[in-house]
Write a protein that binds this ligand. Structure first.
Ligand SMILES: Nc1nc2c(ncn2[C@@H]2O[C@H](COP(=O)(O)OP(=O)(O)OP(=O)(O)O)[C@@H](O)[C@H]2O)c(=O)[nH]1
Ligand SMILES: C[S@@+](CC[C@H](N)C(=O)[O-])C[C@H]1O[C@@H](n2cnc3c(N)ncnc32)[C@H](O)[C@@H]1O
Ligand code: SF4
Ligand code: SF4
Length: 327
């Protein structure tokens, strides 16, 4: 703590926004609420995954304080994630703490299994932007990918959320020989329910590194295949968006998240806060700074330090798993 003490007198500049030397402004924060999950998607974690002791989790108050401080430095959007964020026992309390802050957008990335139980909380706290993972519409394939038998429940919950007016995007990790034959069914399903679908390239992160090369399909390959069936028209997205998107001649919207073949680090605006309080400048870097139990002044010092920790070129792979860092 020595280095922080000398800063006490310095009164860090609260009015500054967090911009790094490449001009990338930090305006989005991914916040992990737990590293646990009720699925075991084989590109994310092993069946016998181990999890953090919950005594190391950030408290509701700490989430509120950290997000509140970052808003002072220009943060505009928060996305709650995990693990499965809806498994956090005090999810409603955390949603309230973050929901009352002045953010332009609060999103949630979820597998959808217990979504129905939380729709009221989400609506009450302005968490209206839902990204729901859906890798297959086939019960057997879904079970093989996720080790869970929840497809029917997820589809029911998706449709319920749609009827209640939530904005929903589907996330599909496309893998060769596993679910790539389903892309047209998924496009039609998404269109039917007025949801955007994004096809994700499988990333070399943690446990997925073992299988990534074998199952990888590039966004370009998928795009070419889809163009044989539909006319696609590019749609403009924010410069710092993860996906590039098209509207289809069938009336749907398709996005591609090509984080392997077409990295988007040049305009990255995201930091990540893991459930144990580690703040990271990049999804694909093990390095971060644990700010749990830090005072507000100590945290501010870290925020400026972190600006220098975002790589400009995409790291090739990383050893920590997606569910550990907060995907
Ligand atoms: N390399 C990299 N990939 C990311 C990053 N953020 C998200 N992704 C990829 O995009 C996928 C979907 O992320 P989501 O949690 O749905 O968030 P998003 O699409 O960025 O969020 P919105 O644009 O707000 O919908 C992740 O599973 C990753 O594959 C990032 O910062 N770096
Ligand atoms: C880690 S999960 C956390 C939120 C929630 N449990 C869910 O599945 O939506 C967030 C996203 O990361 C994606 N993901 C996990 N491992 C991945 C990998 N190796 N490559 C690409 N995307 C991955 C999942 O498909 C999911 O859409
Ligand atoms: S991708 Fe999401 S649902 Fe699947 S195992 Fe990882 S955290 Fe769980
Ligand atoms: S790899 Fe790191 S720098 Fe690149 S887009 Fe993802 S989080 Fe941002």
């Amino acid at each position: 703590m020595f280095s922080f003490l000398c800063l006490v007198e310095l009164a860090l500049p609260m009015s500054q926004t967090l911009v790094d030397s490449y001009g990338r402004r930090i305006r989005k924060l991914r916040v992990s609420l737990t590293d646990q999950c009720n699925l075991r998607c084989h590109y994310c974690m092993p069946v016998d995954a181990t999890f953090l002791n919950q005594s190391t989790y950030l408290s509701c108050q700490e989430y509120g304080e950290i997000v509140g401080e970052l808003i002072e430095f220009g943060l505009e959007e928060v996305r709650l994630t995990g693990g499965e964020p809806l498994l956090r026992s005090n999810f409603a309390e955390i949603a309230r703490a973050i929901g009352q802050l002045k953010l332009k957008k609060i999103g949630l990335t979820t597998n959808g299994i217990v979504l129905d139980r939380h729709l009221d909380t989400l609506r009450e706290n302005n968490i209206l932007d839902l990204n729901v993972s859906l890798d297959s519409l086939n019960v057997k394939t879904f079970r093989e990918i996720t080790h869970g038998n929840y497809l029917k429940i997820i589809l029911r919950n998706l449709e319920l959320a749609h009827h209640q007016g939530f904005k929903i995007k589907l996330n599909t990790v496309v893998m060769r020989g596993i679910n790539d034959q389903e892309i047209f069914d998924l496009i039609e399903y998404a269109k039917q329910w007025d949801m955007e679908i994004r096809f994700l390239e499988i990333m070399r992160i943690g446990y997925a590194c073992q299988q990534q090369e074998r199952t990888f399909i590039s966004a370009q390959e998928l795009l070419t295949k889809i163009q044989q069936k539909y006319n696609l028209k590019p749609i403009q997205s924010a410069l710092d968006a993860t996906a590039f998107r098209y509207s289809t001649s069938c009336g749907g919207v398709i996005g591609f998240i090509a984080s392997e073949s077409q990295p988007f680090c040049g305009h990255c605006s995201r930091w990540r806060l893991s459930v144990d309080g580690t703040l990271r400048a990049c999804l694909l870097k093990n390095e971060g700074v644990n700010i749990r139990n830090f005072s507000p002044l100590e945290r501010q010092q870290v925020y400026w330090q972190l600006l220098g920790m975002k790589p400009y070129l995409r790291p090739p792979e990383v050893s920590h798993a997606m569910h550990q860092i907060g995907g």
